[in-house]
Design a protein around this ligand. Structure first.
Ligand code: NAD
Ligand code: UDP
Length: 319
């Protein structure tokens, strides 16, 4: 296949490029670098099966040559308002990537009769009242809250994709991604994994927002990419959760990172309270992914975190 990947210079996009190339496909990467980095793609510069286009998905997209698949992953992804790369500081950009960007990539998929995969999110469920979250749950989202630019863009995209599928025959797929981590996350986008690892490697206390009792379920990037590849090859058109169902409190998560990084500094509680917008519990129900895709996450949290710590050590020049 010849595959267009939007958001290719980002964390997930760059790993998707690697996986598609390793499967023998050709990849066209597209990105405007708003949160991504060229560093994530330098190893592909000499790969004859990889080409790159600098472009904003909010503008109409043309790609010369035939496309067989389009993966729309371009969007800011961090909820942290303290980082310039967090979507609260890129609100209109985020809404455009998840509306106009979705229109443009869907139109391109129709022109090329290409398979289409959209990077949706567990944020579709908002601060969920149902636990764990099944794909059938409609969610609990504040449409005007501090995360609304992201949540509503993703919800709009899902609605648009189903409209293109049902009324125009587009060959679409939707993956609802739960917290995924690994090498190539941006150090300064304020998400919990790079923030905690950076603090741990600097022997500083890890900053906990709220009381740390809120939970997340963390999936290693290779597992997620494997699920996405299976979804691409499948003919499943309804949303599929992909994530690791092992749930942990943020406080426990911090303790694990401190232990793995050998950091004795413990934790500190942030004076800023974001808890009115921070989902309190999150854990995917992955029965559909298991049944439809034969997918199951394989990488244990400590193994995945150790690999990620090694990556950040190298990035920060720490021996
Ligand atoms: P990331 O910030 O590392 O990557 C996003 C990439 O998209 C960046 O390279 C950025 O420059 C690019 N981009 C953003 N807006 C663009 C635009 N208008 N035009 C072109 N490129 C643009 O984040 P990520 O974690 O790799 O997330 C990738 C996708 O997966 C996003 O759509 C995100 O919403 C989704 N997602 C990620 C997670 C996760 O845990 N990592 C969870 C749920 C959903
Ligand atoms: N978090 C934290 N300290 C940080 C960054 C995040 O305690 O420095 C918490 C945050 O409040 C949330 C969880 O970690 O409960 C995951 O945050 P992240 O920004 O990675 O993504 P989210 O799952 O909220 O989209």
């Amino acid at each position: 296949m010849r595959i267009l990947i939007t958001g290719a210079a980002g964390f997930l996009g760059s790993h998707l490029c690697d996986r598609m190339l390793s499967e023998g496909h050709k990849v066209v990467g597209l990105d405007n670098f708003v949160t991504g980095s060229r560093d994530n793609l330098v190893h592909l510069v000499r790969n004859k099966d990889f080409t790159f286009k600098r472009h904003d998905v909010s503008e109409p997209i043309t790609v010369p040559g035939k496309l067989d698949a389009i993966l729309h992953f371009a969007s800011p992804a961090s909820p942290n308002p303290a980082s310039p790369f967090g979507y609260p500081n890129l609100p209109v950009e985020t809404l455009k990537a998840g509306s106009m960007g979705t229109f443009h990539t869907l139109d391109l998929a129709l022109i090329h009769q290409a398979r289409y995969v959209f990077a949706s999110t567990s944020e579709i469920y908002g601060d969920p009242l149902e636990h764990p979250q099944k794909e059938t749950y409609w969610g609990h989202v504040n449409p005007v809250g501090p995360r609304s630019m992201y949540d509503e863009a993703k919800r709009f995209s899902e609605a648009l994709i189903m409209a293109y599928y049902r009324s125009k025959g587009a060959d679409t797929r939707i993956v609802r991604i739960f917290n995924t981590y690994g090498p190539r996350m941006r150090l300064d986008d304020g998400r919990v994994v790079p923030s905690f690892i950076q603090q741990a490697l600097n022997k500083e206390p890890l900053t906990i927002f709220g009381d740390g009792m809120q939970t997340r379920s963390f999936c290693y990037v290779n597992d997620l990419v494997d699920g996405i590849y299976r979804l691409l090859l499948s003919s499943e058109h309804l949303p599929v959760n992909i994530g690791n169902p092992v749930e942990t409190s943020i406080l426990n998560f911090a303790a694990t990172i401190n232990r793995l990084a050998g950091n004795p500094a413990g934790v500190v509680y942030s004076p800023e309270d974001r808890m009115d917008s921070d989902p309190q519990r999150r854990r995917p129900d992955i029965n559909r992914a298991k049944a439809i895709l034969g997918w199951n996450p394989k990488v244990d949290l400590e193994v995945g975190l150790s690999r990620t710590i090694e990556y950040f050590k190298e990035k920060l020049g720490i021996k």
